[in-house]
Structure formats: C-alpha cells, structure tokens
Write a protein that binds this ligand. Structure first.
Ligand code: HEM
Length: 288
C-alpha cells in the first residue's frame, strides 16, 4: 500500500456519528493538498503494525522489571525497608518500574487505536494516572536511597547520577502538574492548551530520555561501588556474571526507551487530531 493510502485514510475519514459532514481533513485528500512535513518521516519508518509492536514493548518492559528485581534479589541481598543496603535495593527497582516502564506506557496511551475513537477523557485519565503512579514509585525510590544514605552516614547528592536523577524527577513533577492543570482542569483557556500541548509532548520525550540516562548512570555507579577491586571476589573489570547481567539490564532499558521514542515519532500511529472533538475536554468541565 502506498504511503498516502496507508497513513491518511485511517478512521479520521470514516463517517463519524458526531461529525457526519465534516470539512475535508487535510489527510483525506492526499493528492489535493501538500503533504504535511511529517510525511517524510512516515516514509522512512518501517511499516509495522502497532499492536504487535506494543506487545514487544510490553514484554521488554516486563523484562526490565524482572532483570532489575533479579539483580537486586540474587546478587545484592534482596529487599527490606530498614535503612540497610537491602533498603537501597528498592531504589533501582522502583526507578526502573516507575520512571521507565510505567512512564513509557503512559506516553504511549494516545497511540492505542481504541483511543482514537470516542471521548478522549478516559484516555487522558489513564495517561495521567499512569504518570502519577510512576511519580509515586519514583518518590518511594528516592525515599529508599536517601534513608539508606542517612542511616549509613553517606553524604547525599554528590554524584552526577544523583544530580541528573533529581533534575529528572523535578522536571517530571512540573510536567505532571502543568499537564493536569492545562488538560484536565477546566480553567485553562483553549488557546493556552493548544500552545502548551507541543511543549508537553517535547518534555514528555525529554524526561523519558533523562530517565534512561539516570538509570544507565545509576547501574554503572552501583557496579563500580559493589564490584570494587579488593572487596569483590571478582572485580568489575574482570566481568563477573553480575556485571554481565546488570550491563544487559542497561541495554534492555535503552532498547525499551528507544522503541518507545520510535513509536511516539511514527506519524501513522498518531491519533488523527481532526477526529478528536474533545481534544480540549477538561476533567471538571461540561461534556460536549
Ligand atoms: C530515573 C531513574 C533514577 C533516578 C531519578 C535516580 C535518582 C537518584 C538520586 C536523586 C540519588 C541521590 C540520593 C542521595 O544522594 O541520597 C540516587 C542515588 C543513587 N542511585 Fe539512583 N536514580 C535512578 C535510577 C537508578 C538505578 C537504575 C540505579 C541502579 C542501581 C541507581 C543507583 C543509584 C546509586 C548507587 C545511588 C547512590 C550513589 C549516589 O548518590 O549517586 N539509580 N539516585
């Protein structure tokens, strides 16, 4: 199927009960209007069906959680909530689960084909709930590492990882509050929502990339701390099985994030905006 047929005759142009005589969508008439800029990107993207891709992403996300859990359980002594090194182990697990896997899932909510039809509000609620859950897990992850540091007399916030990680969480909290206020509360005017939406999308991807960088730097740092020359039976530079395992975890996280970003960038998986009548429907406002 040609590019135009595949990307621009999706549900946007099917008869809609709410918009039977809709004005021509730009996308309905590929040969009468100039193609949008994103078409060039569309032509470069592989022609993959979304749902199998999503299943792959889901398995990869579960794989990341399983790997980080297995690392902490098998090599780092398991879990506790008592200020010990076993409390620290919650930090990587909660961060990877919240800031990478759940956050990535939240970012993809509007790419699900069922989200293209009907009211947008339930999908907005799902998006913000997943993001809020990710945020709560991240805060618990921070509590775990700060408690561990305080209990063991280790200074706080000295490493590049800690600066980058905290900056990521702060940006994420601003993003959530701004998104909730603009898109779910009824007070923001429509023009402000339209102005803010591309900014929200840009920072959404940026925060995911920063989370990936935080995780990779954290894994690296933890391996250097734990597999130091002299204290570990096999030091990091001799690549013990733990290091191989944690290095693979880092690669899985990178692969997951790259695939989420690919899915977000693929124009043929985007919700056709012309069809979403309630793009600006707030949580507390009247339903149109
Ligand atoms: C988005 C993900 C992550 C964020 C936002 C994050 C954030 C932070 C922050 C703010 C600290 C400083 C705590 C303090 O100073 O008391 C910290 C410490 C630490 N984190 Fe993470 N982290 C993340 C993922 C990870 C992962 C996956 C690991 C892997 C083991 C990890 C390992 C560490 C280690 C070893 C420390 C203690 C040393 C230090 O302060 O740099 N982090 N993290």
């Amino acid at each position: 199927m040609g590019i135009y047929g595949r990307h621009f005759c999706l549900p946007a142009c099917l008869p809609s009960p709410t918009e039977p005589d809709h004005p021509p969508h730009r996308s309905c008439f590929p040969f009468r209007v100039a193609p949008p800029r994103s078409l060039h990107l569309a032509a470069m993207m592989p022609d993959l069906p979304f749902l199998p891709f999503c299943t792959l992403l889901g398995s990869l996300g579960l794989g990341c959680v399983a790997f980080v859990g297995a690392w902490c359980q098998h090599w780092r002594g398991g879990f506790a909530w008592d200020g010990s090194a076993r409390m620290f182990n919650w930090h990587p697990v909660l961060m990877v689960t919240g800031m990478v896997v759940l956050y990535g899932a939240a970012a993809l909510v509007y790419r699900l084909p069922p989200a293209w039809r009907g009211p947008k509000l339930p999908w907005k609620m799902l998006h913000s709930t997943l993001a809020l859950t990710a945020f709560i897990l991240a805060v618990l992850g921070l509590v775990a590492v700060f408690n561990f540091h305080n209990a063991s007399g280790t200074p706080n916030m000295y490493s590049l990882h800690s600066w980058l990680g905290l900056a990521t969480i702060l940006l994420f909290s601003c993003q959530w509050v701004a998104g909730f206020s603009a898109f779910l509360l009824p007070y923001a005017p429509t023009w402000l929502r339209a102005l803010y939406k591309p900014i929200h999308i840009f920072f959404g991807s940026t925060i995911l990339m920063l989370s990936m960088a935080s995780c990779v730097s954290g894994i690296n740092e933890k391996l250097f701390f734990s597999l130091k020359n002299g204290t570990a039976s096999v030091p990091y530079k001799l690549l013990p099985p733990e290091a191989v395992f944690a290095n693979i975890l880092g690669l899985l996280i990178i692969l997951f994030v790259v695939l989420v970003l690919c899915a977000l960038a693929n124009p043929s998986w985007k919700r056709p905006e012309a069809d979403s009548l309630d793009t600006h429907q707030p949580l507390l406002g009247a339903e149109h």
